[in-house]
Design a binder for this molecule. Sequence first.
Ligand code: IPE
Ligand code: IPE
Ligand code: MG
Length: 234
Amino acid sequence: MFKKSSIKNLPNHIGIIMDGNGRWASLQGMPRNMGHKEGINAVERTIDALIKFNIKVVTFFAFSTENWKRSQEEIDGIFNLTRDFIKSKRENFKKRGIKITTMGDCTKFPDDLQHELQVIKDDTKDNNNIVVNLALNYGGRADIVHAVNNLISQGETEVTEEKLSSSLYSYPLPDPDFVIRTSGEERISNFMLYQIAYSEFYFTPVLWPDFNERHLRKALKNFSKRNRRFGGTK
Ligand code: IPE
Ligand code: IPE
Ligand code: MG
């Protein structure tokens, strides 16, 4: 068991690049989608742990704009698992104050998945214990392009950082303070490119399906020792 009070300076918003589901499955001699199934369990476990730490916002990178390059079987598997997960957890999340939001272009998803996403967002919109933001068909570049196009369609002729920030998919969520990537890869893979300007990064070799409360605690302790300067001198 961990002592919540023992960690000072916790991040407000954590971004998680969940990676390693496929490798986890291969290591067990199982098909890739079994890795995604275990990955969903890790999402649930992580939400529970984040609530214990009183983290207010988490963004899970669940499906990138580049993940369409995967086999149709794998993509369908991810969509089915996501749909079943949000459907089965709706009442539980509603009761526990978990607010679900999404970012990315969900219009490309199957109708049943879009429907379940809309229902859970509507059902949990007044919750304020933790925001669980799901990045779905999300890419940082697409986010910026979408924001600029929105501004153009509103008749804007000059972009400012404020206008751009408030047109991003993540608005009105704050920028991530901390970004965790599992599986040992040390890259961003198109995650929240604009919003991570001053995020702290943490890379762990743990494969996403194995990620647990102990790993989260270790990451948070590491974050708590960082000296964030934002370009200043303190
Ligand atoms: C992350 O695990 C899940 C998604 C990108 C949807 P991967 O499926 O990328 O797993 P690896 O990187 O192939 O091990
Ligand atoms: C990043 O993982 C995207 C998500 C976690 C959804 P990928 O496995 O798609 O990234 P690359 O291909 O290794 O960069
Ligand atoms: Mg991967």
